[in-house]
Design a protein around this ligand. Structure first.
Ligand code: ATP
Ligand code: MG
Length: 584
């Protein structure tokens, strides 16, 4: 793509008028250039309009030092100033000349107006406001332009033979200058358009890559789940084999869920709707959990993990635990994945004082491995979604290329920094530093290890059309003392709510996609019921639609919360707990 724009009439531009910007009240000049835009359907002609602030033009005017009286302005064909230089007085150039030259002689004024209106260029000789004889040169900006550029030069000290030429040069110089500004603008515009075209090409390539990567990465664990189910079914009498299949199937299912959650996170971050939920957390508990989680992987792969968590003077901080953990988990899993058996990983979590903000602590996570490392070339792209180094070692390891993209985005979101130091064949080190508020109260109880609160005495109305989903849900909550009634679609849900006595249900869990009436419509109908005891009931979406837009759509229809399927019991019960406490 050589050039997107081509000057239609070789750099010819038209000055279209002067305007005052409404917001800033700044004076601007409108300039138009005829351009030909090369599109797939062929060349198309456009008039490219833009505005140049008057201040911007003035900045470029350079006057010859030997003629300090030289000035340039811009006027309309009727003499109104667009750019008024210091010796151009009054509101209007014609009125100004009249005032200092022919005063009450309005015929002369009309003659001057006529001259300006009918001629494209000309030289005038009038006195300025100091009574000095001056040469005024005006030149239009081109055909149809309602504006003239106007130069003025005092006759003092000028030789008669050169003065006229001088002012002509000055005005023409200004015209050339405007052309240069215009040209620079066009070049800049071209550059920007080319950049945009490149980015959109890249985005469309990334999308194709995304789809093929996703279908591959989803199929792999799904294939494992289905395969393992088949084996378990065929070997139903061999309880050990069945158990083995179940364990492996669960692992694959969890992997699939992580992958889908990663995609959701990326989409949330990219749509700008990602919010952090800071809470009081214990760093020691978090880091121990993190290491424990990897123990099996480490021993399976014969990798030694050395740790140092001693320098943590402020154990309690205020942070989004899930997201912070996500950063660390991704970096640690990568270190484990991309280090060969027998390798060593060193992991260190420590804090630094921030003298200018003593209420915060800088939490540094340092991880170093002596694994396969990364080439310098790849490191330039490592934070892009779906980027994975292309070599046989990496290709043989399961991965999607989303981990580092998420890490980088989360670190940015938390206002932290990430530094990588890696060399191919030698190893990799990542250092993440995030400033977090210190929680002074060391007495606080840490309940982060607790699975979930028990919920009792709740009666839920669950709108769910899918039998299998209902069966799973019912089974999962049956261990708690929660009573659930099922509605098979939105309409049935509204009817069941209306028919029950007003205080029967504590909340509604609402699927979104259902036959006859969907969850949005059912929610809207419930919200418009007359009885206040019914229309205020908490409604929580329980749906597989989990993109940021979906969550928003649920809120817009009047729901109070959103739980993504597959259901995470911890999230479900903490939501029910909130309902019980009247927080939702
Ligand atoms: P997943 O989405 O499951 O995390 P992934 O591990 O391939 O997949 P990222 O975590 O984004 O994706 O990492 C991107 C790539 O960066 C990896 O595929 C690998 O090529 C390289 N990489 C990341 N960490 C390391 C490391 N510690 N040592 C060597 N290469 C690494
Ligand atoms: Mg990874």
């Amino acid at each position: 793509m050589e050039s997107m724009f081509k000057g239609g009439d070789e750099d010819k531009f038209e000055v279209l008028g002067k305007y005052r910007l409404q917001e800033t009240q700044a004076m601007v000049v409108g300039i138009g250039t005829r351009v030909t835009l090369r599109t797939r359907e062929g060349d198309k002609d456009y008039l490219m309009l833009r505005i140049v602030p008057v201040g911007e033009i003035k900045k470029f005017w350079v006057f010859p030092t030997e003629h300090s009286s030289a000035e340039v302005g811009i006027i309309t064909r009727t003499g109104d100033y667009v750019i008024q230089s210091s010796s151009m007085k009054s509101q209007n150039f014609i009125e100004y000349i009249r005032g200092y030259n022919f005063q009450e002689d309005y015929n002369e004024r009309d003659a001057l107006l006529h001259t300006l209106k009918t001629n494209d260029v000309g030289i005038l000789q009038y006195k300025n406001f100091r009574g000095k004889d001056c040469i005024w040169y005006y030149s239009s900006f081109g055909d149809n332009s309602p504006l003239d550029i106007l130069g003025v030069l005092s006759k003092d000290g000028l030789k008669a033979s050169v003065d006229a030429w001088y002012i002509v040069l000055l005005v023409c110089g200004t015209l050339v200058l405007l052309m240069v500004i215009n040209g620079a603008y066009l070049i800049n515009m071209n550059r920007r358009l080319r950049e945009e075209a490149r980015l959109s090409e890249q985005a469309s390539r990334a999308k194709t890559q995304f789809l093929s990567a996703m279908s591959h990465d989803i199929r792999t664990p799904l294939n494992a789940v289905l395969g393992l189910m088949t084996i378990a079914k065929n070997k139903s009498t061999d309880s050990q084999r069945v158990e083995e299949c179940m364990d492996k199937g669960l692992q694959s299912g969890k992997h699939l869920l992580t992958l889908i959650n990663d995609v959701l996170d990326i989409s949330k971050i990219e749509s700008g709707s990602f919010a952090l939920n800071p809470e009081r957390i214990s760093l020691k508990v978090m880091i121990q959990d993190l290491v424990e989680m990897q123990e099996r992987n480490l021993s399976d792969r014969g990798i030694q993990l050395l740790t140092d968590f001693e320098a943590l003077p402020h154990n309690y901080v205020y942070a989004d635990k899930i997201r912070l953990n996500q950063i660390y988990v991704n970096l640690l899993t990568n270190a484990v994945k991309y280090t060969e058996p027998g390798g060593i990983i060193f992991l260190c979590l420590y804090q630094q004082e921030i003298p200018e903000h003593p209420e915060n602590t800088r939490l540094v996570f340092y991880i170093e491995d002596n694994g396969i490392g990364m080439t310098e070339e790849f490191q330039k792209n490592m934070y892009h979604t779906f980027s994975r180094e292309i070599n046989t070692q990496v290709n043989s390891i399961q991965g999607t290329g989303l981990g580092l993209a998420i890490v980088k985005q989360m670190v940015d979101l938390m206002g932290g920094t990430i530094v990588c130091n890696s060399a191919s064949g030698e190893g990799t080190a990542f250092e993440v530093a995030i400033d977090l508020p210190i929680v002074e109260d060391e007495e606080m109880t840490d309940n982060s290890g607790e699975e979930f609160q028990r919920i009792e005495d709740m009666h839920l109305l669950v709108a769910e059309d899918n039998d299998l989903n209902w069966e799973i849900f019912h089974e999962l909550v049956s261990e708690q003392e929660i009573v659930c009634d099922r509605a098979e679609n939105g309409k049935e849900c509204v009817e069941m709510l209306k028919e029950a006595s007003p205080d029967t249900y504590s909340a509604i869990l609402m699927d979104v996609h259902m036959p006859i009436m969907n969850g949005y419509e059912a929610t809207r109908q419930i919200r418009s019921l007359e009885d206040d005891r019914l229309n205020k009931i908490p409604i929580i979406a329980m749906t597989a639609d989990a993109f940021a837009e979906d969550v928003q759509a649920c809120k817009d229809s009047g729901m109070n919360g959103h739980i993504a399927k597959p259901i995470n019991l911890k999230i479900l019960f903490s939501t029910l707990e909130k309902i019980k406490n009247g927080q939702l």
